[in-house]
Design a protein. Structure first.
Length: 331
């Protein structure tokens, strides 16, 4: 019987997205792993594969030219549906794969061994694969080698994820946020896809720390991040840029939509009772700057600077409000 994580495809896709490595350039640690796999297991093809919504994408690969293939024809789609390694001694004799174009055509897969890449949450996000062009039965020792390499891959992915998360709030670090903002800027540059960035800063946060202590201030920041994250869309990103300053990335959001989101966040935070211990609650407000992508956005630094300037304007004109290029919203 399938466990709940194997049945939860939406959660699995969210876990893939959280890794934030799809469509990124090759990286040395993963390239070394596929090189070692080819040498130790004597296979012509080795891959570190992530299974996305409708494709398998190779985080690292050797012996195969394509960067990705349709998910519908991938061996890894079958691998992620189970906990144990998937072993195919002869694809020509396996009804699941005998007519597969990857078997009948290039790269002419004949035998396959795949180990699921399982996150700490329990989701199979992809597979580590050893592939041969001849029939082959992988030994227990060889499968154990694959399992050990798969553990190294998942550990590396988890370490990168931890490095991208702020330890106090769980929001993206500045580095992690900038990486995702760079992807949105690239999508705008290539395809004209709209996007917006909202920068928000807690008003009079120094007073919170001075009056109630830094522990209370930490509680405010932690709860603010949880509150904002709870109402985001699945593809949005929320990051802590430093101190009491946060940012929200809105892919595919037009300027009017981004302004509406900023106002919704402002209202939500204004009325929220932040718990600071011993049954005490505190009310805080935020100021926000909303910067939408346009032809003047030549870099992520430029985009952040535009949002920061608008945030500063909101602070200067009274706080507890948002500011865009077009207006300052008074409340």
């Amino acid at each position: 019987m399938l466990d709940s994580f194997l049945r939860d495809e939406a959660g699995r896709i969210a876990a893939v997205d959280r890794l934030a490595v799809l469509d990124t350039p090759p990286e040395v640690p993963f390239e070394k792993i596929v090189d070692l796999m080819r040498t130790i297991l004597n296979v012509p093809i080795a891959t570190v594969t992530l299974v996305d919504r409708d494709r398998q994408w190779f985080l690292a690969r050797r012996g195969i030219a394509a960067q990705e293939t349709p998910r519908a024809i991938s061996f890894c789609t079958h691998t992620i549906q189970q906990r144990d390694p998937l072993l195919v001694p002869d694809a020509h004799l396996d009804p699941r794969f005998m007519d597969n174009p990857l078997v009948q055509g290039d790269p002419r897969i004949r035998s396959y061994a795949g180990v699921p890449l399982r996150t700490a949450e329990g989701y199979n996000v992809g597979a580590l694969c050893a592939i041969d062009t001849r029939p082959r039965t992988f030994s227990d020792a060889e499968v154990n080698i694959l399992v050990n390499f798969a553990n190294i891959v998942t550990d590396e992915l988890e370490l990168r994820l931890i490095a991208q998360r702020d330890h106090l709030t769980g929001a993206l670090t500045r580095r992690g946020f900038v990486e995702q903002a760079a992807e949105e800027l690239a999508a705008y540059t290539r395809h004209g896809r709209p996007g917006a960035l909202i920068m928000l800063d807690v008003d009079h946060f120094k007073t919170v720390n001075d009056s109630h202590g830094h522990a209370a201030g930490d509680q405010v920041l932690r709860q603010l991040a949880e509150l904002c994250s709870s109402v985001m869309r699945p593809n949005d990103a929320f990051g802590r840029l430093g101190g009491e300053e946060f940012a929200l990335l809105l892919p595919d959001a037009a300027p009017a939509e981004a302004s509406a989101v900023a106002e919704r966040f402002r209202e939500m935070i204004e009325v929220y009772p932040f718990e600071i211990g011993a049954g005490r609650t505190l009310k805080v407000t935020v100021s926000l700057g909303v910067a939408s992508l346009d032809l003047s956005t030549t870099s992520v630094d430029c985009w952040l600077a535009a949002a920061d300037a608008l945030l500063y304007r909101a602070k200067q004109t009274g706080r507890n409000r948002y500011c865009t290029d077009a207006l300052v919203e008074n409340v």
